[in-house]
Design a protein around this ligand. Structure first.
Ligand code: NAD
Length: 485
Protein backbone atom coordinates (compact mmCIF):
# COMPACT_ATOMS: atom_id res chain seq x y z
CA UNK A 1 0.00 0.00 0.00
CA UNK A 2 1.34 3.45 -0.84
CA UNK A 3 2.06 6.07 1.76
CA UNK A 4 -0.49 8.85 1.08
CA UNK A 5 1.64 11.62 2.62
CA UNK A 6 2.65 14.04 -0.13
CA UNK A 7 6.20 15.35 -0.50
CA UNK A 8 4.82 18.86 0.12
CA UNK A 9 1.54 20.77 -0.09
CA UNK A 10 1.95 22.44 -3.49
CA UNK A 11 3.67 21.90 -6.83
CA UNK A 12 4.88 25.18 -8.33
CA UNK A 13 7.28 25.87 -11.18
CA UNK A 14 8.29 22.22 -11.46
CA UNK A 15 8.95 21.58 -7.76
CA UNK A 16 7.20 20.63 -4.54
CA UNK A 17 6.98 23.58 -2.14
CA UNK A 18 5.44 24.23 1.23
CA UNK A 19 4.77 27.05 3.60
CA UNK A 20 3.69 25.89 7.05
CA UNK A 21 2.28 29.38 7.67
CA UNK A 22 -0.75 28.33 5.55
CA UNK A 23 -3.83 26.99 7.40
CA UNK A 24 -3.48 23.25 8.03
CA UNK A 25 -5.77 20.98 5.99
CA UNK A 26 -6.06 17.47 7.44
CA UNK A 27 -6.67 14.65 4.97
CA UNK A 28 -9.16 12.24 6.51
CA UNK A 29 -9.61 8.66 5.29
CA UNK A 30 -13.42 8.52 5.03
CA UNK A 31 -13.61 4.81 5.86
CA UNK A 32 -12.15 5.35 9.35
CA UNK A 33 -12.46 9.08 10.03
CA UNK A 34 -8.72 9.13 10.83
CA UNK A 35 -6.15 11.64 9.59
CA UNK A 36 -3.77 10.08 7.07
CA UNK A 37 -1.91 13.17 5.81
CA UNK A 38 -1.87 16.92 6.20
CA UNK A 39 -1.24 19.81 3.82
CA UNK A 40 -1.21 23.57 4.27
CA UNK A 41 -3.33 26.05 2.36
CA UNK A 42 -1.38 28.23 -0.04
CA UNK A 43 -0.34 31.58 1.37
CA UNK A 44 -0.67 34.74 -0.79
CA UNK A 45 3.03 34.57 -1.70
CA UNK A 46 2.69 30.97 -2.93
CA UNK A 47 -0.41 31.86 -4.96
CA UNK A 48 1.59 34.71 -6.46
CA UNK A 49 4.53 32.47 -7.32
CA UNK A 50 2.25 29.88 -8.97
CA UNK A 51 0.60 32.51 -11.16
CA UNK A 52 3.94 34.14 -11.96
CA UNK A 53 5.38 30.75 -12.96
CA UNK A 54 2.38 29.97 -15.17
CA UNK A 55 2.59 33.40 -16.83
CA UNK A 56 6.34 33.07 -17.40
CA UNK A 57 6.11 29.58 -18.86
CA UNK A 58 3.20 30.25 -21.21
CA UNK A 59 4.78 31.91 -24.28
CA UNK A 60 7.45 29.24 -24.73
CA UNK A 61 4.94 26.44 -24.18
CA UNK A 62 2.56 27.92 -26.76
CA UNK A 63 5.45 28.38 -29.19
CA UNK A 64 6.28 24.68 -29.18
CA UNK A 65 4.76 22.69 -32.02
CA UNK A 66 1.50 20.83 -31.40
CA UNK A 67 3.15 17.42 -31.87
CA UNK A 68 5.82 18.31 -29.29
CA UNK A 69 3.24 19.36 -26.72
CA UNK A 70 1.12 16.33 -27.54
CA UNK A 71 4.04 13.93 -27.12
CA UNK A 72 4.55 15.10 -23.52
CA UNK A 73 0.87 14.68 -22.70
CA UNK A 74 0.80 11.21 -24.22
CA UNK A 75 3.92 10.21 -22.31
CA UNK A 76 2.19 11.34 -19.11
CA UNK A 77 -0.82 9.19 -20.07
CA UNK A 78 1.48 6.16 -20.35
CA UNK A 79 3.09 6.87 -16.97
CA UNK A 80 -0.33 7.21 -15.36
CA UNK A 81 -1.41 3.86 -16.75
CA UNK A 82 1.84 2.22 -15.57
CA UNK A 83 1.18 3.57 -12.07
CA UNK A 84 -2.55 2.97 -12.05
CA UNK A 85 -2.38 0.79 -8.95
CA UNK A 86 -0.65 3.33 -6.69
CA UNK A 87 -2.69 6.25 -8.10
CA UNK A 88 -5.89 4.30 -7.49
CA UNK A 89 -4.89 3.56 -3.91
CA UNK A 90 -4.22 7.26 -3.39
CA UNK A 91 -7.54 8.22 -4.98
CA UNK A 92 -9.32 5.74 -2.69
CA UNK A 93 -7.58 7.18 0.39
CA UNK A 94 -8.35 10.73 -0.76
CA UNK A 95 -12.04 10.11 -1.51
CA UNK A 96 -13.13 6.84 0.12
CA UNK A 97 -14.28 5.46 -3.25
CA UNK A 98 -13.87 1.67 -3.59
CA UNK A 99 -10.57 0.56 -5.13
CA UNK A 100 -12.74 -1.65 -7.37
CA UNK A 101 -13.95 1.63 -8.95
CA UNK A 102 -10.82 3.74 -8.80
CA UNK A 103 -8.76 1.04 -10.57
CA UNK A 104 -10.97 1.40 -13.65
CA UNK A 105 -12.48 4.88 -13.56
CA UNK A 106 -10.14 7.52 -12.16
CA UNK A 107 -6.46 7.58 -13.12
CA UNK A 108 -7.43 5.64 -16.26
CA UNK A 109 -9.94 8.28 -17.37
CA UNK A 110 -7.33 10.95 -16.62
CA UNK A 111 -4.90 9.06 -18.86
CA UNK A 112 -7.58 8.85 -21.56
CA UNK A 113 -7.89 12.65 -21.54
CA UNK A 114 -4.10 13.19 -21.73
CA UNK A 115 -3.86 10.70 -24.59
CA UNK A 116 -6.84 12.13 -26.48
CA UNK A 117 -5.82 15.78 -26.22
CA UNK A 118 -2.18 14.85 -26.72
CA UNK A 119 -3.28 13.41 -30.06
CA UNK A 120 -5.42 16.42 -30.93
CA UNK A 121 -2.63 18.89 -30.15
CA UNK A 122 -0.99 18.09 -33.48
CA UNK A 123 -4.18 18.70 -35.44
CA UNK A 124 -5.20 22.16 -34.19
CA UNK A 125 -5.53 24.44 -37.18
CA UNK A 126 -7.18 27.61 -38.34
CA UNK A 127 -9.02 27.99 -41.63
CA UNK A 128 -8.70 29.79 -44.92
CA UNK A 129 -11.73 31.77 -46.11
CA UNK A 130 -11.68 32.97 -49.71
CA UNK A 131 -13.21 36.42 -50.43
CA UNK A 132 -13.87 38.42 -53.63
CA UNK A 133 -11.02 39.79 -55.76
CA UNK A 134 -8.41 37.47 -54.35
CA UNK A 135 -8.71 38.80 -50.81
CA UNK A 136 -8.89 36.19 -48.09
CA UNK A 137 -9.11 35.70 -44.37
CA UNK A 138 -7.22 33.14 -42.41
CA UNK A 139 -7.80 32.28 -38.78
CA UNK A 140 -5.29 31.40 -36.13
CA UNK A 141 -6.31 29.24 -33.19
CA UNK A 142 -4.48 30.78 -30.25
CA UNK A 143 -4.08 29.84 -26.61
CA UNK A 144 -5.96 31.90 -24.03
CA UNK A 145 -2.96 32.25 -21.71
CA UNK A 146 -3.08 31.25 -18.05
CA UNK A 147 -6.01 29.03 -17.01
CA UNK A 148 -7.15 28.34 -13.49
CA UNK A 149 -8.72 24.94 -12.79
CA UNK A 150 -10.73 24.41 -9.61
CA UNK A 151 -11.86 20.91 -8.68
CA UNK A 152 -14.58 19.16 -6.68
CA UNK A 153 -13.78 16.23 -4.38
CA UNK A 154 -15.51 13.39 -6.16
CA UNK A 155 -13.02 12.77 -9.01
CA UNK A 156 -9.75 14.48 -7.98
CA UNK A 157 -7.43 12.78 -10.50
CA UNK A 158 -9.92 12.83 -13.36
CA UNK A 159 -10.89 16.49 -12.88
CA UNK A 160 -7.23 17.59 -12.78
CA UNK A 161 -6.58 15.74 -16.06
CA UNK A 162 -9.85 16.71 -17.78
CA UNK A 163 -8.92 20.36 -17.26
CA UNK A 164 -5.16 20.15 -17.76
CA UNK A 165 -5.19 18.03 -20.92
CA UNK A 166 -7.19 20.33 -23.26
CA UNK A 167 -5.74 23.47 -21.68
CA UNK A 168 -2.15 22.35 -22.19
CA UNK A 169 -2.81 20.87 -25.64
CA UNK A 170 -3.90 24.33 -26.80
CA UNK A 171 -0.75 26.02 -25.44
CA UNK A 172 -2.12 27.40 -22.18
CA UNK A 173 -0.54 26.98 -18.78
CA UNK A 174 -2.55 26.13 -15.66
CA UNK A 175 -2.75 26.67 -11.96
CA UNK A 176 -4.98 23.96 -10.52
CA UNK A 177 -6.61 24.07 -7.10
CA UNK A 178 -8.01 20.75 -5.87
CA UNK A 179 -10.88 20.55 -3.41
CA UNK A 180 -9.72 21.01 0.18
CA UNK A 181 -11.35 17.63 0.95
CA UNK A 182 -9.12 15.77 -1.54
CA UNK A 183 -5.78 17.59 -1.90
CA UNK A 184 -3.50 14.64 -2.76
CA UNK A 185 -4.17 13.27 -6.24
CA UNK A 186 -3.55 16.40 -8.33
CA UNK A 187 -0.04 16.71 -6.85
CA UNK A 188 0.77 13.29 -8.33
CA UNK A 189 -0.59 14.40 -11.71
CA UNK A 190 1.77 17.42 -11.61
CA UNK A 191 4.70 15.18 -10.64
CA UNK A 192 3.99 12.76 -13.49
CA UNK A 193 3.58 15.54 -16.05
CA UNK A 194 7.00 16.86 -15.05
CA UNK A 195 8.50 13.39 -15.37
CA UNK A 196 6.96 13.17 -18.85
CA UNK A 197 8.91 16.27 -19.86
CA UNK A 198 6.52 19.13 -19.13
CA UNK A 199 8.45 22.39 -18.79
CA UNK A 200 8.45 23.96 -15.33
CA UNK A 201 5.54 26.29 -14.62
CA UNK A 202 3.19 24.83 -17.24
CA UNK A 203 1.06 22.90 -14.70
CA UNK A 204 1.04 24.04 -11.09
CA UNK A 205 -1.01 22.82 -8.13
CA UNK A 206 -1.86 24.97 -5.13
CA UNK A 207 -3.94 23.63 -2.28
CA UNK A 208 -6.44 25.48 -0.17
CA UNK A 209 -10.13 26.18 0.36
CA UNK A 210 -12.49 28.66 -1.32
CA UNK A 211 -10.37 31.72 -0.44
CA UNK A 212 -7.43 30.35 -2.40
CA UNK A 213 -9.79 29.65 -5.32
CA UNK A 214 -11.20 33.18 -5.14
CA UNK A 215 -7.68 34.71 -5.03
CA UNK A 216 -6.81 32.81 -8.23
CA UNK A 217 -10.05 33.71 -10.02
CA UNK A 218 -9.71 37.42 -9.21
CA UNK A 219 -6.08 37.75 -10.31
CA UNK A 220 -5.66 39.82 -13.48
CA UNK A 221 -2.95 37.45 -14.76
CA UNK A 222 -5.61 34.76 -15.26
CA UNK A 223 -7.40 34.50 -18.62
CA UNK A 224 -9.76 31.59 -18.03
CA UNK A 225 -11.39 29.79 -15.13
CA UNK A 226 -12.70 26.24 -15.27
CA UNK A 227 -14.65 25.15 -12.21
CA UNK A 228 -16.14 21.80 -11.25
CA UNK A 229 -18.33 22.34 -8.22
CA UNK A 230 -21.77 23.18 -6.93
CA UNK A 231 -24.19 25.68 -8.44
CA UNK A 232 -23.84 28.23 -5.58
CA UNK A 233 -20.03 28.21 -5.96
CA UNK A 234 -20.43 28.38 -9.74
CA UNK A 235 -22.52 31.55 -9.47
CA UNK A 236 -19.86 33.23 -7.32
CA UNK A 237 -16.94 32.17 -9.48
CA UNK A 238 -18.74 33.06 -12.74
CA UNK A 239 -19.57 36.54 -11.38
CA UNK A 240 -15.99 37.13 -10.23
CA UNK A 241 -14.61 36.00 -13.58
CA UNK A 242 -17.15 38.12 -15.47
CA UNK A 243 -15.95 41.26 -13.67
CA UNK A 244 -12.71 40.91 -15.66
CA UNK A 245 -14.40 39.38 -18.74
CA UNK A 246 -12.57 36.07 -18.34
CA UNK A 247 -13.47 32.91 -20.21
CA UNK A 248 -15.20 30.26 -18.12
CA UNK A 249 -16.17 26.63 -18.11
CA UNK A 250 -18.65 25.74 -15.38
CA UNK A 251 -19.26 22.06 -14.60
CA UNK A 252 -21.85 22.24 -11.85
CA UNK A 253 -24.47 20.20 -10.05
CA UNK A 254 -27.64 18.47 -11.17
CA UNK A 255 -30.85 16.66 -10.29
CA UNK A 256 -31.06 14.64 -13.42
CA UNK A 257 -34.05 12.57 -14.55
CA UNK A 258 -33.94 8.95 -15.65
CA UNK A 259 -37.16 7.85 -17.35
CA UNK A 260 -38.10 4.15 -17.47
CA UNK A 261 -40.96 3.28 -19.83
CA UNK A 262 -43.07 0.13 -19.40
CA UNK A 263 -41.48 -1.51 -22.47
CA UNK A 264 -37.95 -1.16 -21.06
CA UNK A 265 -35.67 -4.07 -20.28
CA UNK A 266 -36.21 -3.88 -16.51
CA UNK A 267 -32.88 -5.43 -15.57
CA UNK A 268 -31.03 -2.95 -17.77
CA UNK A 269 -33.03 -0.08 -16.25
CA UNK A 270 -32.27 -1.31 -12.72
CA UNK A 271 -28.56 -1.51 -13.64
CA UNK A 272 -28.75 2.05 -15.02
CA UNK A 273 -30.46 3.26 -11.86
CA UNK A 274 -27.79 1.60 -9.70
CA UNK A 275 -24.96 3.10 -11.77
CA UNK A 276 -26.71 6.48 -11.80
CA UNK A 277 -27.29 6.62 -8.04
CA UNK A 278 -24.86 4.47 -6.11
CA UNK A 279 -21.55 4.53 -8.01
CA UNK A 280 -19.05 6.54 -5.94
CA UNK A 281 -21.68 6.30 -3.17
CA UNK A 282 -23.87 8.65 -5.17
CA UNK A 283 -21.29 11.45 -5.33
CA UNK A 284 -21.49 11.95 -9.09
CA UNK A 285 -22.73 15.22 -10.60
CA UNK A 286 -24.59 13.64 -13.52
CA UNK A 287 -26.48 11.09 -11.40
CA UNK A 288 -30.05 10.30 -12.46
CA UNK A 289 -31.48 10.81 -9.00
CA UNK A 290 -35.09 11.32 -10.10
CA UNK A 291 -36.04 7.93 -11.47
CA UNK A 292 -39.43 8.22 -13.20
CA UNK A 293 -40.96 4.76 -13.65
CA UNK A 294 -44.14 4.17 -15.65
CA UNK A 295 -46.90 3.07 -13.25
CA UNK A 296 -47.52 -0.43 -14.61
CA UNK A 297 -43.97 -1.60 -13.99
CA UNK A 298 -43.22 0.29 -10.80
CA UNK A 299 -43.68 -2.67 -8.44
CA UNK A 300 -41.59 -4.97 -10.61
CA UNK A 301 -38.88 -2.29 -10.88
CA UNK A 302 -38.76 -1.67 -7.12
CA UNK A 303 -38.65 -5.32 -6.14
CA UNK A 304 -35.89 -6.08 -8.67
CA UNK A 305 -33.95 -3.05 -7.40
CA UNK A 306 -34.31 -4.05 -3.73
CA UNK A 307 -33.04 -7.56 -4.59
CA UNK A 308 -30.03 -6.20 -6.46
CA UNK A 309 -29.11 -3.81 -3.63
CA UNK A 310 -28.64 -6.78 -1.32
CA UNK A 311 -25.56 -7.60 -3.41
CA UNK A 312 -23.82 -4.32 -2.53
CA UNK A 313 -20.70 -5.04 -0.49
CA UNK A 314 -20.19 -2.25 2.04
CA UNK A 315 -16.79 -2.10 3.70
CA UNK A 316 -13.21 -0.86 3.60
CA UNK A 317 -12.85 0.68 0.14
CA UNK A 318 -9.25 -0.54 -0.08
CA UNK A 319 -10.60 -4.12 -0.16
CA UNK A 320 -11.16 -5.11 -3.80
CA UNK A 321 -14.31 -7.07 -2.92
CA UNK A 322 -16.03 -3.93 -1.62
CA UNK A 323 -18.41 -2.23 -4.05
CA UNK A 324 -19.85 0.53 -1.89
CA UNK A 325 -17.79 2.99 0.14
CA UNK A 326 -18.32 5.91 2.52
CA UNK A 327 -19.21 9.55 1.90
CA UNK A 328 -16.16 11.75 1.35
CA UNK A 329 -16.48 13.52 4.72
CA UNK A 330 -18.44 13.68 7.92
CA UNK A 331 -20.00 16.93 6.71
CA UNK A 332 -21.26 15.35 3.50
CA UNK A 333 -22.57 12.33 5.44
CA UNK A 334 -24.58 14.64 7.69
CA UNK A 335 -26.00 16.53 4.71
CA UNK A 336 -27.18 13.22 3.21
CA UNK A 337 -28.64 11.93 6.50
CA UNK A 338 -30.56 15.22 6.88
CA UNK A 339 -32.05 14.79 3.40
CA UNK A 340 -33.08 11.23 4.25
CA UNK A 341 -34.83 12.49 7.40
CA UNK A 342 -36.51 15.18 5.32
CA UNK A 343 -37.77 12.57 2.82
CA UNK A 344 -39.32 10.51 5.62
CA UNK A 345 -40.87 13.65 7.12
CA UNK A 346 -42.34 14.58 3.72
CA UNK A 347 -44.03 11.19 3.42
CA UNK A 348 -41.81 9.33 0.94
CA UNK A 349 -41.55 5.57 1.53
CA UNK A 350 -38.16 3.93 2.20
CA UNK A 351 -37.73 0.81 0.08
CA UNK A 352 -34.07 0.19 0.94
CA UNK A 353 -31.43 1.63 3.28
CA UNK A 354 -32.21 4.88 5.01
CA UNK A 355 -29.59 4.87 7.76
CA UNK A 356 -25.96 5.48 8.59
CA UNK A 357 -24.23 2.09 8.29
CA UNK A 358 -23.30 0.49 11.58
CA UNK A 359 -19.51 0.79 11.33
CA UNK A 360 -16.75 3.38 11.72
CA UNK A 361 -16.32 5.96 8.97
CA UNK A 362 -18.81 8.05 7.03
CA UNK A 363 -21.02 5.33 5.53
CA UNK A 364 -24.64 5.88 4.51
CA UNK A 365 -26.59 2.85 3.24
CA UNK A 366 -27.73 2.85 -0.38
CA UNK A 367 -31.18 4.34 0.01
CA UNK A 368 -34.26 4.18 -2.22
CA UNK A 369 -37.37 6.27 -1.70
CA UNK A 370 -40.64 5.41 -3.49
CA UNK A 371 -43.88 7.44 -3.62
CA UNK A 372 -41.81 10.57 -4.15
CA UNK A 373 -43.66 13.59 -5.53
CA UNK A 374 -42.22 16.48 -7.52
CA UNK A 375 -42.70 19.05 -4.78
CA UNK A 376 -40.68 17.17 -2.14
CA UNK A 377 -37.31 18.66 -1.19
CA UNK A 378 -35.62 15.29 -1.90
CA UNK A 379 -36.96 15.49 -5.49
CA UNK A 380 -35.86 19.08 -6.05
CA UNK A 381 -32.44 19.54 -4.42
CA UNK A 382 -29.15 17.90 -5.26
CA UNK A 383 -28.34 15.52 -2.37
CA UNK A 384 -24.96 14.28 -3.66
CA UNK A 385 -25.18 10.98 -1.84
CA UNK A 386 -26.63 7.46 -2.27
CA UNK A 387 -30.29 8.47 -2.28
CA UNK A 388 -32.54 7.49 -5.19
CA UNK A 389 -36.01 8.98 -5.58
CA UNK A 390 -38.51 6.87 -7.53
CA UNK A 391 -41.47 8.79 -8.99
CA UNK A 392 -44.41 7.19 -10.82
CA UNK A 393 -45.78 8.53 -14.14
CA UNK A 394 -48.53 7.72 -16.65
CA UNK A 395 -47.77 9.30 -20.03
CA UNK A 396 -44.81 10.47 -22.06
CA UNK A 397 -46.06 14.06 -22.26
CA UNK A 398 -46.54 14.20 -18.53
CA UNK A 399 -43.11 12.78 -17.72
CA UNK A 400 -41.33 15.13 -20.12
CA UNK A 401 -42.86 18.17 -18.44
CA UNK A 402 -41.98 16.84 -15.00
CA UNK A 403 -38.45 15.75 -15.99
CA UNK A 404 -37.65 19.24 -17.28
CA UNK A 405 -39.23 21.11 -14.37
CA UNK A 406 -35.93 21.84 -12.63
CA UNK A 407 -33.36 24.64 -12.63
CA UNK A 408 -30.70 22.02 -13.45
CA UNK A 409 -29.86 20.48 -16.81
CA UNK A 410 -26.74 18.37 -16.54
CA UNK A 411 -27.84 14.91 -17.69
CA UNK A 412 -30.91 12.81 -18.48
CA UNK A 413 -31.58 9.23 -19.51
CA UNK A 414 -34.33 7.09 -20.99
CA UNK A 415 -34.90 3.33 -20.92
CA UNK A 416 -37.25 2.01 -23.62
CA UNK A 417 -37.22 -0.55 -26.45
CA UNK A 418 -39.05 1.90 -28.72
CA UNK A 419 -36.36 3.49 -30.90
CA UNK A 420 -38.52 6.36 -32.12
CA UNK A 421 -39.63 7.27 -28.65
CA UNK A 422 -36.07 7.10 -27.33
CA UNK A 423 -34.86 9.73 -29.81
CA UNK A 424 -37.96 11.89 -29.37
CA UNK A 425 -37.51 11.86 -25.60
CA UNK A 426 -33.80 12.77 -25.61
CA UNK A 427 -34.53 15.57 -28.10
CA UNK A 428 -37.03 16.92 -25.58
CA UNK A 429 -34.74 16.70 -22.53
CA UNK A 430 -33.37 20.03 -21.31
CA UNK A 431 -29.97 18.54 -20.52
CA UNK A 432 -26.44 18.68 -21.92
CA UNK A 433 -25.57 14.99 -21.64
CA UNK A 434 -28.17 12.32 -22.47
CA UNK A 435 -28.29 8.53 -22.38
CA UNK A 436 -30.43 5.95 -24.17
CA UNK A 437 -30.62 2.56 -22.42
CA UNK A 438 -27.56 3.25 -20.27
CA UNK A 439 -26.46 5.81 -17.71
CA UNK A 440 -23.36 7.78 -16.65
CA UNK A 441 -20.83 6.69 -19.26
CA UNK A 442 -18.45 9.60 -19.97
CA UNK A 443 -15.90 8.69 -22.65
CA UNK A 444 -13.35 11.38 -23.43
CA UNK A 445 -14.44 11.37 -27.10
CA UNK A 446 -17.89 12.73 -26.18
CA UNK A 447 -18.74 16.26 -25.03
CA UNK A 448 -19.75 16.45 -21.37
CA UNK A 449 -21.50 19.32 -19.61
CA UNK A 450 -24.76 20.93 -18.63
CA UNK A 451 -27.37 23.48 -19.63
CA UNK A 452 -29.46 25.83 -17.46
CA UNK A 453 -27.98 26.16 -13.94
CA UNK A 454 -25.79 23.07 -14.44
CA UNK A 455 -23.14 24.87 -16.36
CA UNK A 456 -21.49 26.67 -19.22
CA UNK A 457 -19.20 25.11 -21.81
CA UNK A 458 -18.25 21.49 -22.42
CA UNK A 459 -15.41 19.29 -21.27
CA UNK A 460 -13.87 16.44 -23.26
CA UNK A 461 -14.08 15.85 -27.03
CA UNK A 462 -13.15 18.35 -29.74
CA UNK A 463 -15.64 20.76 -28.12
CA UNK A 464 -13.24 21.39 -25.24
CA UNK A 465 -10.72 22.88 -27.68
CA UNK A 466 -13.16 25.74 -28.34
CA UNK A 467 -13.22 26.49 -24.63
CA UNK A 468 -9.43 26.57 -24.21
CA UNK A 469 -8.48 28.58 -27.28
CA UNK A 470 -9.71 31.53 -29.28
CA UNK A 471 -9.79 32.35 -32.92
CA UNK A 472 -7.95 35.31 -34.38
CA UNK A 473 -9.23 36.43 -37.76
CA UNK A 474 -6.66 37.89 -40.21
CA UNK A 475 -7.87 39.78 -43.33
CA UNK A 476 -5.34 39.75 -46.17
CA UNK A 477 -5.79 42.35 -48.93
CA UNK A 478 -4.67 41.36 -52.41
CA UNK A 479 -6.41 44.10 -54.45
CA UNK A 480 -6.07 47.82 -54.06
CA UNK A 481 -7.04 49.51 -50.81
CA UNK A 482 -9.88 51.93 -51.55
CA UNK A 483 -10.49 54.89 -49.24
CA UNK A 484 -13.20 57.59 -49.49
CA UNK A 485 -10.68 60.43 -49.48
P1 NAD B 1 -18.03 23.13 -4.03
O1 NAD B 1 -18.78 24.04 -4.91
O2 NAD B 1 -18.23 23.23 -2.57
O3 NAD B 1 -16.46 23.33 -4.26
C1 NAD B 1 -15.87 23.18 -5.53
C2 NAD B 1 -14.51 23.85 -5.54
O4 NAD B 1 -14.69 25.26 -5.52
C3 NAD B 1 -13.63 23.51 -4.34
O5 NAD B 1 -12.30 23.35 -4.78
C4 NAD B 1 -13.76 24.75 -3.47
O6 NAD B 1 -12.64 24.98 -2.64
C5 NAD B 1 -13.86 25.83 -4.52
N1 NAD B 1 -14.48 27.08 -4.08
C6 NAD B 1 -15.43 27.26 -3.14
N2 NAD B 1 -15.76 28.56 -3.06
C7 NAD B 1 -15.01 29.22 -3.98
C8 NAD B 1 -14.91 30.59 -4.39
N3 NAD B 1 -15.66 31.54 -3.84
N4 NAD B 1 -14.05 30.90 -5.37
C9 NAD B 1 -13.30 29.95 -5.97
N5 NAD B 1 -13.34 28.64 -5.61
C10 NAD B 1 -14.20 28.28 -4.64
O7 NAD B 1 -18.31 21.67 -4.57
P2 NAD B 1 -17.91 20.28 -3.92
O8 NAD B 1 -18.76 20.10 -2.71
O9 NAD B 1 -16.44 20.17 -3.82
O10 NAD B 1 -18.37 19.26 -5.06
C11 NAD B 1 -19.68 18.83 -5.20
C12 NAD B 1 -20.40 19.61 -6.27
O11 NAD B 1 -19.68 19.57 -7.49
C13 NAD B 1 -21.76 19.03 -6.59
O12 NAD B 1 -22.70 20.05 -6.74
C14 NAD B 1 -21.54 18.32 -7.89
O13 NAD B 1 -22.69 18.14 -8.66
C15 NAD B 1 -20.53 19.18 -8.55
N6 NAD B 1 -19.80 18.46 -9.58
C16 NAD B 1 -20.01 18.74 -10.91
C17 NAD B 1 -19.37 18.04 -11.92
C18 NAD B 1 -19.60 18.32 -13.37
O14 NAD B 1 -18.76 17.93 -14.18
N7 NAD B 1 -20.68 18.95 -13.77
C19 NAD B 1 -18.46 17.03 -11.55
C20 NAD B 1 -18.25 16.77 -10.21
C21 NAD B 1 -18.92 17.49 -9.23
Amino acid sequence: MIDPKPTASHFIDGAYVDDPAGAPIPVIYPATGKEIARVHAATPSLIDSALAAARRAQPAWAAMSGPERGRILRRAADLIRERNRELSELETMDTGKPIQETLVADATSGADALEYFGGLAASLTGEHIQLADGDFVYTRREALGVCVGIGAWNYPTQIACWKAAPALACGNTMVFKPSESTPLAALKVAEILKEAGLPDGVFNVVNGAGEVGAALVGDPRVDKVSLTGSVPTGKKVYAQAAAQMKHVTMELGGKSPMVVFEDADIDAAVSGAILGNFYSSGQVCSNGTRVFVQKDIQDAFLSRLAERLKNAVIGDPLDEQVSFGPMVSEGQMNIVLNYIAKGVEEGARIVAGGKRADREGFFVEPTVFADVTDDMVIAREEIFGPVMCVLAFDTEDEVMTRANATEYGLAAGVFTRDLTRAHRVVAGFEAGTCYINTYNDAPVEAPFGGVKASGVGRENSKEAINHYSEVKSVYVKIGEVEAPF
